[in-house]
Design a protein around this ligand. Structure first.
Ligand SMILES: [Zn+2]
Length: 612
């Protein structure tokens, strides 16, 4: 089926020779070749031109009719407009796909970088939540789905948005700009998975005519082949539904270069002729068909991306050997560390190594296994710090203890460290700590004194310096800059590390959701609960996964015939305590907490989408 469809299509595009040469090296869907994941996403933002509502629906239907899913990142005002225009049909069409969030008003000034540019970290986080929280709730309520991802409007990026995403349990940052990036691959930053700045793995087809389609398909194929050569990976393709219907972007028409007219003066953008819109949809349907039928391509939503790249650092403990390796790496440079199939950020490294020192002080042994705790990077540049010095071992142990207490309390690395009355920069603290643990691992003894080691903070290079090229979006006022905000962003590079594609990918497609009975879905949920590293909390009592499963099974039995569907199970068995009425919570292994019902609904969605 796939081969036939592709051949017919290749002929129609005049691409047969290219396709032919490919078949020689690769067979379609060869289970031994790594899958290449492709994410199509749409910034669904124009709330002025009603025709863009239809465009979003049409795109959703194109994906639905081809049996694949896209991700629609919806603006809060767009969601409200769809509701108020009575477009339940559009909402229903988009709900068959994945829903993300794309700010409350998108281009109305001030946009996130504009209101954050001069704020301190805590104020920036609070301001982002204050301004964008309403839209997040509206998208969630109107679509009846927890948004799976967020991305900034234009290039109006802020580091503080990540802290809000963690609070809102939005697992993925999905967008494209250049403030932070890791060689075009997915990465972790501020404890959020980023499918962001995937330069080299982002492609797009100009939907003008057969020739531009041909060119777009060729480009897709080049990117796909590069990803396949590298063992798979993620390709990002994005559009805006309004591009199918407008002549000019809605926001350029109203908000360019800082202009901010009152609502009653907002202008609808000019609309393109209907036949141009039709041609563009037809070309897009062919582009999608081409992309999704290439060998080993699997389309994924943002929600699925989150499951493809689990954070291995929190899935199991680090062994003594791994702790020693972490110490050696951080002593050389303060950056992320790769350990087998896992990565740790510099901040996570400090978390583990400080625990190692405290543990060694207690038992004269580096603990057999340790887990990191998530925390953000420092939130201001250390001022005057010492350039050299030596600390008594006891002072050093106390500093490590203080560091752990402070990170626990503040949820971030302190911006300055105090060791034996001296002020130490975090980067030097990390290098000194790593050197000390490295020496303990080698000799089995605590050093008599710990000498300050100047740290080499190389990870900061993955965050861009403030420059006009970061702020090229049409709505920014001329000469917009945000040096203070980008300095904060650089401090958060302590949390940056590569995201590793999970090796545990199903080789063959999992059974479709319709193939699972409700009973099987409940059984699958119980299985997920049992295997999860996350901890259920019932009336303040912690239930690690096997105990959580026992509890749910017990309640399920007690509920008897009342539970017919997986949703019944979530709502009636797994949402709250019968005795106290209090809601069950889940402490996730990366430090976040969420309601059990929300956690389970996300797992159910994964199960229904085929177990990925
Ligand atoms: Zn946008």
């Amino acid at each position: 089926m796939r081969v036939k469809g592709l051949t017919v299509f290749a002929v129609s595009l005049g691409l047969l020779s290219m396709a032919g040469s490919l078949w020689a090296g690769e067979s379609p869907g060869n289970p031994t070749s790594p899958p290449v994941y492709v994410s199509f996403w749409f910034d669904t933002e124009d709330y002025l031109l009603p025709a863009s509502d239809d465009a979003a629906q049409r795109l959703a239907d194109i994906f639905t009719s081809q049996g694949v899913q896209a991700t629609f990142k919806v603006v809060g005002e767009k969601a409200r407009v769809l509701r108020d225009r009575g477009r339940a049909d559009v909402i229903a069409a988009l709900r068959r796909h994945d829903i993300g969030y794309h700010t409350d008003f998108h281009s109305v000034h001030p946009t996130p970088s504009e209101y954050s540019r001069d704020l301190d970290w805590n104020d920036g986080v609070a301001e982002f939540i204050r301004r964008e929280g309403r839209g997040f709730e509206d998208v969630r309520t109107i679509f009846g789905m927890d948004p799976s991802c967020y991305g900034q409007p234009g290039s109006s990026w802020t580091p503080e948005s990540y802290a809000a995403l963690r609070r809102w349990n939005i697992p993925v940052y999905l967008d494209d700009a250049s403030q932070v990036g890791l060689d075009g691959r997915p990465f972790w930053y501020c404890g959020v998975l980023n499918a962001f700045n995937l330069s080299g793995f982002t492609t797009r087809c100009t939907l003008q005519n057969d020739a531009t389609l041909d060119e777009g398909c060729k480009q897709f194929e080049q990117v796909r082949q590069r990803a396949a050569r590298e063992g798979g990976g993620l390709i990002s393709i994005y559009y805006h539904p309004c591009e199918w219907v407008h002549e000019k972007f809605w926001d350029g028409v109203n908000f360019s270069k800082g202009s901010n007219p009152p609502r009653e003066q907002w202008q609808k953008p000019p609309q393109k002729p209907a036949e141009a819109t039709e041609r563009q949809f037809a070309l897009f349907a062919r582009y999608l068909e081409y992309a999704r039928t290439r060998p080993n391509v699997r389309l994924v939503t943002a929600r699925e991306i989150a499951t493809l790249y689990p954070d291995g650092a929190y899935q199991r403990s680090f062994t003594r050997e791994e702790i020693a390796a972490m110490a050696r790496a951080l002593a050389r440079e303060v950056s992320f560390v790769r350990l087998g199939d896992r990565t740790v950020s510099a901040a996570e490294g400090v978390s583990v190594l400080a625990q190692a020192v405290v543990g060694f002080d207690k038992s004269r042994q580096i603990p057999e296994s340790l887990k990191p705790k998530f925390f953000f990077g420092p939130t201001f540049e250390a001022g005057e710090t010492i350039e050299q010095g030596e600390f008594a071992w006891n002072d050093w142990v106390k500093a490590c203890r203080d560091c752990l207490t402070a990170t626990e309390k503040l949820s971030r690395l302190p911006s300055v460290m105090r060791v034996g009355g001296k002020v130490v920069a975090p980067v030097d603290f990390a290098a000194t700590l790593a050197t000390a643990v490295g020496s303990i691992a080698e000799t089995g003894r605590a050093p008599k004194a710990v000498r300050l080691v100047k740290g080499n903070w190389t990870v900061a290079k993955y965050v861009a310096d403030d420059s006009p090229r970061l702020w090229g979006w049409v709505i920014f006022p001329d000469n917009f800059s945000a040096p203070k905000m980008m300095a904060l962003a650089r401090l958060q590079s302590w949390t940056l590390k590569p995201a590793i594609l999970s090796a545990a990918q199903p080789k063959t497609a999992a059974p479709a959701a319709s193939a699972l009975s409700e009973k099987q879905k409940i059984a699958a949920l119980l299985g997920v609960i049992e295997k999860s590293p996350d901890i259920f909390v019932r009336n303040d009592e912690e239930y690690p996964s096997p105990a959580a499963r026992q509890l749910m099974e017990y309640k399920l039995k007690a509920a008897g015939d009342g539970i017919k569907t997986a949703n019944d199970f979530i709502e009636q068995v797994a949402t709250r305590s019968k005795t106290t009425g209090r809601v069950y919570m889940v402490k996730m292994s990366d430090g976040r907490t969420t309601e059990s019902a929300r956690w389970l609904r996300a797992r159910l969605a994964e199960i229904e989408r085929g177990g990925r």
